[in-house]
Design a protein around this ligand. Structure first.
Ligand SMILES: Nc1ncnc2c1ncn2[C@@H]1O[C@H](COP(=O)(O)OP(=O)(O)OP(=O)(O)O)[C@@H](O)[C@H]1O
Length: 297
């Protein structure tokens, strides 16, 4: 669905993407993480065909996005930051209008567009279906942005910080929608977020971009294995409290019991959270890029 190889982007004399390489398979949810300015939006905009890359090979649904035609675009969903220029349109009216463009691209496998009322319900806007967009709150507008992104039932969906500004309930509903879209296997999703709980919940695979380079690519567990001593095991033996950091907590606990048997009590295993892993990997990459600063931290 996505094949990116050696992608580079330069603004003037500054390289903001260096040799970015990754792929996505059908139905996968890929979450792109990274500090502010890492290059996430730039990457997504290149894949969407909104920005011309400086170098590298990019295929989105088998097509170079720089040369994507209408048929290609109909298969790709994009959630932009906000549709502020449709202030007077009403929610259902806008979705029906935008949806009508996709009708010609309906196939035996994918019926397009998504029925407006069904979609409005899926994003939790039923009560607001007849409201003008300018009357929606920030979070309601964000829900509409998501609806606009999926109205054509895209095979591939790009979401740039889709849950920024959503309340916890809307966030949960959005997560359910993502899972539903991906579960049917019909939609492959690439999304960026700064919310690591969200990433952990949704991602089949996580990519971490730092300073324009992919520094990690794998499941949350695979990423945790890349950092030494990611898990923490605590236990008591003979009235003494012990703490040990390990990358292999299951193995460690097994050996502990084999050695000390029932004298081991109060066992706790704290697995590295995605936040621990993310921060360690970014710190490690930054220390490698700038050894003195890394050592000073
Ligand atoms: N049009 C542009 N001209 C010059 N530099 C740009 C332009 N757009 C982005 N940049 C620079 O490219 C780098 C990557 O920006 P990008 O918006 O892709 O980061 P990001 O990872 O999406 O950040 P954030 O998490 O803050 O949204 C930044 O250093 C930014 O200043």
């Amino acid at each position: 669905m996505l094949d990116v190889d050696g992608l580079r982007m330069r603004y003037g004399a500054t390289d903001v993407l260096h040799d970015v390489t990754f792929q996505a398979r059908q139905g996968e949810v890929l979450v792109l993480l990274g500090p502010n300015g890492a290059g996430k939006t730039t990457t997504i905009e290149i894949l969407e065909g909104f920005r011309m890359r400086s170098d590298g090979r990019v295929e989105v649904l088998g097509t170079d996005p720089a040369h994507g035609d209408e048929r290609w675009r109909a298969r790709v969903g994009v959630v932009l930051q906000s549709w502020r220029d449709h202030a007077k349109w009403r929610v259902r009216q806008l979705l029906e209008y935008l949806g009508s463009y996709y009708a010609d691209y309906s196939t035996a496998r994918v019926e397009r567009p998504w029925d407006a009322d069904e979609l409005i319900a899926a994003v939790g806007l039923t009560e607001h279906a007849d409201k003008q967009i300018k009357m929606l709150s920030g979070g309601q507008r964000r829900r509409l942005d998501v609806a606009i992104g999926v109205v054509g039932r895209p095979e591939l969906l790009f979401l740039d910080e889709p849950t920024a500004g959503l309340d916890p309930q809307a966030r949960r509903e959005f997560h359910d929608l993502v899972v539903r879209l991906a579960e049917e296997g019909a939609t492959t999703i690439l999304l960026t977020t700064h919310d690591l709980d969200e990433a952990e919940k949704l991602a089949d695979r996580i990519l971490i971009l730092n300073g324009g380079r992919i520094i990690a690519d794998g499941t949350a567990e695979e990423l945790a294995h890349q950092i030494v001593g990611a898990d923490e095991v605590r236990w008591t033996r003979d009235g003494r409290r012990f703490v040990q950091s390990t990358g292999e907590s299951t193995r460690f606990v097994f050996d502990l019991f084999r050695q000390y048997g029932e004298t081991v009590t109060d066992l706790e295993v704290r697995r590295a959270s995605l936040e621990d892993t993310y921060l360690a990997l970014v710190r490690q990459a930054e220390a490698a890029a700038s050894p003195l600063e890394g050592a000073a931290r």
